[in-house]
Design a protein around this ligand. Structure first.
Ligand SMILES: *[C@@H]1O[C@H](CO)[C@@H](O)[C@H](O)[C@H]1NC(C)=O
Ligand SMILES: *[C@@H]1O[C@H](CO)[C@@H](O)[C@H](O)[C@H]1NC(C)=O
Ligand SMILES: *[C@@H]1O[C@H](CO)[C@@H](O)[C@H](O)[C@H]1NC(C)=O
Ligand SMILES: *[C@@H]1O[C@H](CO)[C@@H](O)[C@H](O)[C@H]1NC(C)=O
Length: 223
């Protein structure tokens, strides 16, 4: 769609830019609560849900919302601890969970420290009051997953859109209704029914990352 056309255009601009300020360092997003949509490059909405992010503790919760009015194909409830390198796949209805090793620090809410500044663009209109959003674009390679990312963040470092691309697939993560606070701190705590969960063994060749949770086709709750 148009979104991808726009992203491709910006990416092309980035590759050919010679004036990009290579000394600029990535900002880090604040604590946040918001909504996130995940779309495949084919235009299929994979999932939509709510996130809570602790930028100090590097903790992220994402819960897909099945009552969202669009059809989605993936139901997920993830609690990730990037500093500890573990995450939980939670099934609240079933009061069950799986605890797994996390092999990549990448996620769409924070720019990796080694990202490269690409460009600043205004989406919408730069000249009509209130009709534009000025964003910085950062680009780089994913960690432990063969692929690249392009992240668009506001001047205040709120994530807007992240495009992850590998040889075989691309996903667009978009955030909405972002608020600069953690509204429900309990969402970042391990649920009591998961507390004594043993760490699952990682099958050989598997890389667990936030991105891969959306790529792998284990459809947990088909809607
Ligand atoms: C983010 O939230 C955590 C948990 O409530 C808190 O410890 C931390 O100080 C907050 N960080 C900022 C930058 O407000
Ligand atoms: C799920 O989506 C519905 C409809 O958009 C909304 O009313 C509800 O608050 C959402 N639930 C959560 C937990 O975000
Ligand atoms: C969701 O999918 C079902 C079955 O494929 C279809 O009948 C329905 O119209 C879809 N709803 C929306 C909102 O796209
Ligand atoms: C609950 O979890 C068990 C084990 O993971 C699974 O076999 C079962 O199908 C689940 N039940 C429901 C209702 O989701």
């Amino acid at each position: 769609g148009n979104m991808f056309a726009a992203l491709t255009l910006v990416f092309t601009v980035c590759l050919t830019a010679t004036t990009a300020d290579s000394h600029q360092h990535p900002c880090h997003s604040p604590n946040m609560t918001g909504q996130m949509s995940v779309m495949s490059l084919k235009g299929e909405i994979k999932t939509h849900g709510a996130f809570t992010y602790d930028s100090t503790g590097k903790k992220l919760r994402f819960r897909s919302n099945e009552s969202h009015p669009t059809n989605t194909s993936l139901g997920l409830d993830l609690l990730m601890f990037f500093d500890k390198g573990v995450f939980y796949e939670i099934d609240s209805k079933n009061q069950s969970c799986e605890k797994k090793s996390l092999h990549s620090v990448d996620h769409p809410l924070d720019i990796p420290d080694d990202a490269k500044f690409c460009t600043t663009v205004t989406t919408g209109s730069a000249s009509i009051e209130g009709e534009g959003l000025k964003v910085n674009m950062w680009t780089g390679s994913m960690h432990n997953v063969k692929g690249t990312f392009n992240m668009f963040v506001t001047m205040g470092c709120l994530p807007v859109t992240t495009l992850y691309s590998t040889d075989s697939t691309s996903f667009l993560f978009s955030t909405m209704e972002v608020e600069n606070e953690i509204k429900e701190p309990d969402l970042l705590m391990v649920p009591s029914f998961c507390e004594h969960q043993p760490l699952e063994e990682t099958p050989e060749g598997t890389v667990n990352s936030f991105f891969n949770e959306f790529v792998l086709t284990f459809v947990m709750n088909s809607v």
